[in-house]
Write a protein that binds this ligand. Structure first.
Ligand code: ADP
Ligand code: 5GP
Length: 204
C-alpha cells in the first residue's frame, strides 16, 4: 500500500534542499511536481521543480476539478494535480509532496492516512539569512515571505512530525527515519504479511 508524505515549511527553511538529498537514495519515493503560476527561479527546470503555467490555465484546470488541492501563496497559485496520486499508486510508489499549510489540510481530508511533516529553520534570524543567501528573491519578496512564515509556523500543531533543519545531514537522517518507521506501520504491511502468513498454512 502506497504511503503519502506531506512536507510543509515556510519558504527558506530548507525544504527543497532536504527533499533533493532524500530523493536520489529512495527509489520507492516519487516527488509530486506541482503546477504553479510563479516564474522559474535560479536553477529550476520546467517539469522537474514545477510545471509552470499561466493564471488563466491554472484557473481553467482548477474549475475543471483537476487539482487534489490548491492554494494561493505569496500572490501565486500552486496546485497538486490528481494524476500524481493515481500514477504513484499504480506504480506502487510512495508519494512525497512539498505543499503549504492550506494544501496540507485539504489533502489530509482526502487522504486521511497521509503522514504530515513540518520543517522549521532554527530561528527567524536564520530563516532570514537563508532567504538572503539563496539570493533569488527581492527585498520586498523576502519581507513578504517572513510575514507569511510567522503565520504558517502557527500551524505546526496540525502536523504529525516536526523536523528542525539545523544541519542538513541530520535533518535528512531524521526524515529518513520517519519514512522508514511509517512504512512499516501495520496497516501499510498487509500486502507483505499475507504471503508470509500463507507459508504457515490455513490455520493462521
Ligand atoms: P525552501 O525550499 O524551504 O524554500 P531552500 O531549500 O531553497 O528552502 O533553502 C533556502 C536556502 O538555505 C538555500 O540557499 C539553501 O542552500 C540553504 N539551506 C538549506 N538548509 C540549510 C541548512 N541546514 N544550513 C544552512 N543552509 C541551509
Ligand atoms: P516556492 O515558491 O518557494 O517554491 O513555494 C512557495 C510555497 O508553495 C511553499 O510553501 C511550497 O510548499 C508551496 N507549494 C508548492 N507546491 C504546492 C502545491 O502544489 N500546493 C500547495 N498548496 N502549496 C504548494
Amino acid at each position: 500500500m502506497s504511503a503519502v508524505f506531506i512536507i510543509s515549511a515556510p519558504s527558506g527553511s530548507g525544504k527543497s534542499t532536504l527533499v533533493r538529498e532524500l530523493l536520489p537514495n529512495d527509489p520507492q519515493l516519487v516527488f509530486s511536481i506541482s503546477y504553479t503560476t510563479r516564474a522559474p527561479r535560479g536553477q529550476e527546470r520546467p517539469g522537474v521543480s514545477y510545471r509552470y503555467i499561466s493564471r488563466e490555465e491554472f484557473i481553467a484546470r482548477k474549475d475543471r476539478g483537476e487539482f487534489l488541492e490548491w492554494a494561493e501563496v505569496v500572490g501565486n497559485f500552486y496546485g497538486t494535480h490528481e494524476s500524481v496520486w493515481i500514477e504513484a499508486r499504480e506504480a506502487g510508489k510512495d508519494l512525497l509532496l512539498d505543499i503549504d499549510v492550506q494544501g496540507a489540510q485539504q489533502l489530509k481530508e482526502k487522504i486521511p492516512d497521509a503522514v504530515t511533516i513540518f520543517v522549521l529553520a532554527p530561528s527567524r534570524e536564520i530563516l532570514e539569512q537563508r532567504l538572503r543567501a539563496r539570493s533569488e528573491d527581492s527585498e520586498q519578496v523576502i519581507a513578504r515571505r517572513l510575514l507569511a512564515a510567522a503565520e504558517e509556523i502557527r500551524n505546526y500543531h496540525r502536523y504529525d512530525y516536526v523536523v528542525v533543519n539545523d544541519q542538513v545531514t541530520e535533518a535528512v537522517e531524521t526524515l529518513r527515519a520517519i519514512l522508514r518507521a511509517e512504512r512499516v506501520r501495520r496497516q501499510r504491511m498487509e500486502d507483505r504479511i499475507r504471503p508470509i502468513l500463507a507459508t504457515f498454512g490455513e490455520s493462521l
